[in-house]
Design a protein around this ligand. Structure first.
Ligand code: CMC
Length: 427
């Protein structure tokens, strides 16, 4: 028997199968089962991929038991506290944090690429008023692929980087246009004098042709503290290894489709409330609960096995101790409490839920802790962002992760089309 292998015995026949163990640089080792079907004429069964590594990756590392998240080896705390979202994008895409000059050039390029083709602007007009911005966003990103139909010919590093930089720059413009269309108000073009995050907030809020803002909280310009809070939220969402939407992006990539179509599919996958849509659902749920006195009733509902009500913003497939992104946002909430007027009824309900759930055996025994989405909604509400835009904001942050994972997939020589099998139980 070879060392660093794993043996499986078929107890029906006594036949022994041996598979190589692939060691990770960090985290659990992986059993290489690629020849299992050929060897045994059986499939492995793992719905929801709870025990399956679907690829090799060098981008993001999570230790769910320790509550650890790293992009390219750098802890998320270090990035969120000491680096901007754009620095984080550069890190994810290239593996290195940029130096001062590189960051200046990268930032300038991102600003200049933020404009949309005039033809694409007209697409928004076909959607009804009140169209959810996630639907418009997904459609517009698919449409973007028709304006940049060069992916078959740009299969080198420069071509991949071009695809990535373009989509990272344009996604805030598309999201802001989707929002303004949902209100029936004119679009605001990107302003190349503004950085990534301030530009997005301006495209959301500004009156056409002026510096007054549509829904600012009693002030006319965007505050520095608001830019910092949103920039941190983008950084915390930038990548999260093989989550549901990234798995969708890689799956579409495996068919050879255009990267923006893959990202559009990722946007659709993210929309669900078990994934990125949870941030919108958290605030909707807090509003439904309505007051601190009602919290206990809803906690009981969440614990009832016969009720499908779940506490939104609680639980995670990978984090079983705490979500480090949630911890950073909780600290940010405390820090910004006064400046962003966070002391309101929704905040009190959220605190009550947190307090009860963290001491209740149902949640403790199932290792259900508040996740990132539990805290983003409160901060985004304070930034005057309506709840339908919460998941689009997740999209803006995550686009760099999706496109970086797409590039990694394209460069991996052993990449194959995603084609799982099934346990057939039909007639
Ligand atoms: N409220 C009440 N009970 C819950 C919750 C919740 N939010 N989440 C899980 N449970 C219970 C579940 O009923 C099950 O109980 P039992 O063992 O008695 O059947 C147990 O905990 C395990 O749940 P699961 O559904 O098997 O766990 P999962 O790993 O498949 O699902 C999850 C993870 C995030 C989809 C789930 O916890 C959930 O639906 N949470 C609410 C939605 C949410 O906040 N999603 C955002 C995730 S973080 C952002 C992102 O990265 O996408």
């Amino acid at each position: 028997m070879k060392k660093n292998t794993f043996s499986l015995i078929d107890n029906r026949t006594g036949k022994n199968y041996e598979y190589p163990i692939l060691d990770a640089t960090r985290g659990p080792s992986v059993l290489d089962m690629r020849t299992f079907f050929k060897d045994s004429d059986m499939f492995t069964y793992d719905p929801g991929f709870t025990s399956t590594a679907s690829c090799t990756s060098e981008i993001t590392f999570i230790d769910g038991a320790k509550g650890e998240l790293r992009y390219r080896g750098i802890p998320i705390e270090e990035l969120a506290l000491n680096h901007s979202y754009l620095e984080t994008c550069y890190l994810l895409m290239t593996g290195e944090l940029p130096d001062k000059d590189t960051l200046r050039d990268f930032d300038l390029e991102i600003r200049h690429r933020a404009f949309l083709h005039e033809g694409l602007r007209h697409l928004f007009a076909v959607f009804p008023d009140n169209a959810h911005p996630m639907a418009t966003l997904s459609a517009a990103v698919t449409a973007l692929s028709t304006f940049f139909d060069d992916h078959e010919t740009c299969q080198d590093e420069a071509g991949y980087q071009e695809m990535a930089r373009r989509i990272i720059s344009k996604i805030p413009t598309i999201a802001a246009f989707a929002y303004r269309h949902s209100l029936g108000i004119p679009f605001i073009q990107p302003d190349i004098d503004l950085g990534f995050t301030e530009n997005f907030l301006t495209m959301m809020r500004a009156y056409p042709g002026g510096k007054m803002h549509l829904c600012a909280n009693g002030h006319e310009t965007i505050k520095e503290v608001e830019i910092r809070a949103l920039d941190t939220i983008f950084t915390l969402h930038a990548d999260h290894e093989q989550n549901a939407s990234t798995t969708v992006v890689r799956g579409v990539a495996s068919t050879g489709a255009h990267p923006y179509v893959a990202i559009s599919s990722g946007i659709s996958a993210l929309w669900g409330r078990a994934h990125g849509g949870a941030n919108e659902s958290v605030i909707a749920q807090l509003e439904m609960i309505g007051s601190v006195e009602n919290v206990e009733t809803f906690i009981q509902r969440a614990k009832d096995p016969n009720d499908d009500f779940r506490l939104m913003g609680f639980g995670h497939r990978v984090y079983k101790n705490f979500d480090p992104r949630a911890k950073i946002l909780k600290n940010l909430q405390d820090e910004l409490r006064e400046e962003l007027h966070l002391d309101n009824e929704l905040m009190s309900i959220a605190r009550k839920i947190e307090e009860i759930a963290l001491s209740d055996d149902y949640f403790i025994s199932r290792k259900l802790y508040p996740n990132i989405d539990f805290y983003t909604g409160i901060i985004l509400t304070a930034l005057q962002i309506p709840k339908t835009m919460f998941t689009p904001i997740f999209v803006i942050g995550r686009t760099v992760g999706w496109i970086t994972q797409w590039i990694e997939f394209k460069k991996e020589s052993s990449s194959k089309i995603a084609r799982p099998r099934q346990l057939y139980k039909g007639n």
